[in-house]
Design a protein around this ligand. Structure first.
Ligand code: ZN
Ligand code: ZN
Length: 134
């Protein structure tokens, strides 16, 4: 399933191919919170070969030794995340043109969630790094 997405000002556009079995996660970590300004960020994780920027260019910020966050330098929208080993690309579900196309299946960094966010779904909850991030 080929999905398209992009930032708020529409200068940066991307395409991602989602397949059954891909991990889509809610991340409650403090870095995602600060980078997005929201209590939780939803991502789909795909191999780099299934992601491409199709228009414009995102700006990079190395938020840790193992993660670079890519965002629009004009409107600030957080778009995707890469790792130095090139294992996967995380794409924010909120920037998909159809944000309902992919549903998260797991919570990561659940121990870092904000107290006022009430989670009632039955999805698996990993206290810190979920297995797919290691
Ligand atoms: Zn933009
Ligand atoms: Zn995170």
């Amino acid at each position: 399933m080929r999905l398209t997405g992009g930032c708020l000002c529409e200068k940066v556009r991307y395409a991602v191919v989602a397949e059954p079995g891909d991990v889509a996660d809610y991340c409650h970590c403090g870095q995602c919170r600060k980078a997005s300004g929201t209590p939780v960020t939803a991502w789909i994780q795909v191999p780099p070969s299934r992601f491409e920027v199709t228009q414009g260019q995102a700006k990079a910020f190395a938020s840790s030794a193992r993660a670079t966050r890519w965002f629009c330098g004009d409107c600030g929208a957080p778009l995707y995340m890469t790792d130095p080993e090139g294992r996967s690309v995380g794409v924010t579900l909120g920037t998909l043109d159809d944000p309902n196309a992919v549903r998260p299946t797991v919570h990561g960094w659940f121990s870092a969630r904000v107290a006022w966010l009430k989670i009632q779904d039955p999805l698996p909850r990993h206290a810190e790094d979920p297995p797919y991030d290691l």
